[in-house]
Design a protein. Sequence first.
Length: 71
Amino acid sequence: MLAKAPDTIVIKINSTYGKQTEIAVACGITPQAVHQWKRVPSQWVHTVSEIMNLTPEEIRPDIFRPKRKHK
């Protein structure tokens, strides 16, 4: 069985200087824990969304459905 590749957001977190540490401090975990993420854990989506300036829907569309546009 192949290991699952990290989500695009996790790759961006890990490749943007200082973001891994900033997110780790905000979540109360180690930068190494953030580095091991394959997806942003659901309990940290709102924290990561604020730091990365993204919506929860962009980070975890499998949990947070995109908001419908009213006509």
